[in-house]
Design a binder for this molecule. Structure first.
Ligand SMILES: Nc1ncnc2c1ncn2[C@@H]1O[C@H](COP(=O)(O)OP(=O)(O)OP(=O)(O)O)[C@@H](O)[C@H]1O
Ligand SMILES: [Mg+2]
Length: 264
């Protein structure tokens, strides 16, 4: 469903964020992206969501080559991609149900979306999405009165209301306590396995990676350095991923040949 072929991305300021990424990701496994800060995880997500066009390389999502598609085609493709954010990104003063309905906005004609005139079908779909994440009892509660874990479940319901083919979750549990994290990860995993929706999550918590991921893709300085089952993610692999990086990027100067100012 998702194919990346030799994808490179360099930002306008010259930062090379992705180097030679080739991957195929489908709906058959819950895929988790890991890697140290700055490795390129969010950049990869932005490319998959069509927010950023890769400098070079080919990205195909559900048969559409979004790396080359026209803007209107990218917008249409984005409707089928649900996003789940670290800070939930709900509209504070709206109810949980209204927030989920926002997931339907892109499917409406503009005249209806500007006055937020939702059809009965949209409302039913949104309510069902809230039920799915165990939040139906909170449908009419304002988003800013919900706990973080509850807000994130509403965020997942909003993504579900798009009836997506792909859900991208960028650090979905970074702001949550352990119990809420378990609920959110359990839901994402369940959505992938039961609904045939591809789910890709960026995570920093290795315990959660080991518990929920079926496939782990590790990025380091913009390149894929590991792609496999979490069982193969040994201490040595994670140490090299998170701790050896500094060594690799900042080599210790060889003091035996470095001129020290002895004769100054
Ligand atoms: N808009 C931008 N303009 C310039 N450089 C950027 C931009 N966004 C990201 N970068 C740089 O690209 C590299 C990859 O960043 P990215 O946000 O993809 O990393 P990440 O793996 O998501 O990190 P984190 O775990 O901290 O979220 C970093 O060096 C970052 O500073
Ligand atoms: Mg990031």
């Amino acid at each position: 469903m998702i194919q990346l072929e030799n994808v490179n991305h360099t930002y306008a300021n010259g930062t090379q964020a992705l180097r030679g990424i080739s991957l195929e990701i489908g709906a058959e496994a819950f895929t988790v992206l890991i890697g140290p800060s700055g490795a390129g995880k969010s950049t990869l997500m932005r490319i998959l969501n069509g927010l950023v066009r890769p400098t070079t390389g080919k990205v195909t999502i559900d048969k559409l080559e979004i790396s080359r598609a026209k803007n209107v085609q990218v917008l249409a493709a984005r409707r089928k991609i649900g996003m789940v954010f670290q800070q939930f990104n709900l509209v504070k003063r709206l109810t949980a149900l209204e927030n989920v309905l926002i997931g339907r906005l892109a499917f409406m004609p503009t005249w209806r979306s500007t006055i937020r005139m939702y059809t009965l079908e949209d409302r039913q779909l949104a309510f069902a999405a809230l039920e799915r994440v165990g939040m139906a009892d909170y449908a009419w509660q304002r988003a800013d009165t919900l706990s973080g874990g509850q807000q994130q479940r509403v965020g997942i319901a909003r993504a579900l209301a798009q009836q997506p083919k792909l859900i991208l979750a960028d650090e979905p549990i970074s702001a949550l306590d352990p119990k809420a994290s378990e609920q959110v990860m359990g839901l994402l995993r369940q959505i992938q396995s039961e609904d045939g929706i591809a789910v890709i999550a960026n995570l920093h918590h290795l315990d959660a990676v080991r518990e929920y991921a079926e496939r782990v893709v590790a990025l380091q300085r913009g390149s894929v350095v590991f792609d496999g089952h979490p069982n193969a993610l040994t201490e040595a692999v994670t140490r090299a991923l998170y701790y050896d990086e500094q060594k690799a990027t900042q080599p210790t100067p060889d003091l035996s040949t470095t001129p020290l100012l002895v004769n100054a």
